[in-house]
Design a protein. Structure first.
Lengths: 229, 229
């Protein structure tokens, strides 16, 4: 456990990114909230410090935030994913892990949020892997946790996070971080290409939510107790 | 409740179809097991009667089985789906509901079971809807329940079945049948096109199962108690 290491969250002022920052800060981890605008990032960091007494949260411009720790979360809408990855090319460096949380909803191109776009590389995660600098490893995760639930600290979470990636070591480290959040269990879903299937869970849950007025999450049944070696 | 109505299962000698026949028979419903070969169908029906005292199970050739009740389950591998639907053209009739359970795994064309094929219509369920006679309504369901678990009556199920379809009435009737099976909850996942996303859950679970040596199922969290009106 590397408890002192800061966790950068690119797009940390968005709903998912902010919820993640809040929950990781609550778990005692320093977070670096990134935004296009450093002022908005610092404002969000202030809200984290207000809600979590003793939180170590700073707000920075995205590229600066991305240099602050070994595991960087990318929590931006799909329509901005490619632009953000271009902007991060000079910031990310060999050995870092990028956790891609983006979902190619058709809503990104004014279509429906219940439909998934076809991404030429296979998935948003694979697009990220294609765009990061050499030596940066992409792990795909956190597509199905409701940003609304994550952002409300009094909401008790109880669900799984499917994690995909080609590096077992990187997946294990990301799983460790996710498991710090009370009520989340990380499940190894396979190689990075599996992200194509996992990303499809988000429009599926949105479709279920529309019908049942809910914030549904996913839990897998029938798994053993110890999921990570 | 139409307790006397027979439930036809095309492909009822396969792992999923047989498990389904077993569980529905246990729930007190008459089942008509279909197979390419009437003899094999009758043999499977015999096994149902052996395991479920008092079961009303008959074995018939697929097309004959399909005429025996209003809601027909199609439980064949994807590589045989199109052929089966062609053979059922003269058997299915207006007003019937076809529950498509097929998943276009790449394994159907000697690829991996952790990968999903692209189906021109969008999904196996939409291919089914294109191929059934006019007036037959397709509902997509039962992609994520492990055939192995279903076939062992002493395995306690505890998972969800995502149901998709364009007819609310047909979905509701299928949900009612699925809910007869102890431990299964049917969840309305939206229109038939959502089947594309649901079918992706199967290769995803297979990928998880490979890693964790499990028979994983899916459960959605955060849903209200009453899912069907």
């Amino acid at each position: 456990m590397r408890q002192h290491q800061t966790i950068p969250i690119v797009g940390g002022t968005g709903a998912l990114g902010f919820g993640l920052a809040l929950r990781l800060a609550k778990a005692g981890r320093p977070v670096a909230i990134g935004s296009r605008d450093a002022g908005r990032a610092e404002e969000a960091a202030g809200r984290v410090r207000d809600q979590v007494p003793g939180a170590q949260a700073t707000g920075l411009e995205n590229a600066e935030a991305a240099t602050r720790g070994p595991i960087v979360f990318l929590a931006v809408p799909f329509r901005a994913q490619s632009e953000n990855l271009t902007n991060l090319k000079g910031a990310l460096s060999e050995g870092q892990v990028l956790v891609d949380t983006t979902v190619p909803l058709a809503a990104a191109v004014s279509g429906k949020a219940t439909r998934l776009l076809g991404v030429p590389q296979g998935s948003a995660a694979q697009q990220a892997q294609e765009m990061v600098p050499d030596g940066v490893t992409v792990v795909s995760a956190l597509h199905t946790v409701s940003a609304a639930s994550l952002s409300k600290l009094d909401t008790q979470l109880d669900e799984d996070v499917l994690v995909a990636g080609d590096s077992k070591d990187a997946k294990g480290r990301v799983a460790e971080l996710i498991s710090l959040i009370d009520g989340l269990r990380a499940v190894d879903a396979g190689k990075l290409e599996t992200a194509r299937l996992i990303e499809g869970l988000t429009p599926l849950l949105i479709s279920v939510n529309i019908r049942h007025k809910a914030h549904a999450g996913v839990k897998l049944t029938g798994l053993p107790e110890d999921l990570w070696p």
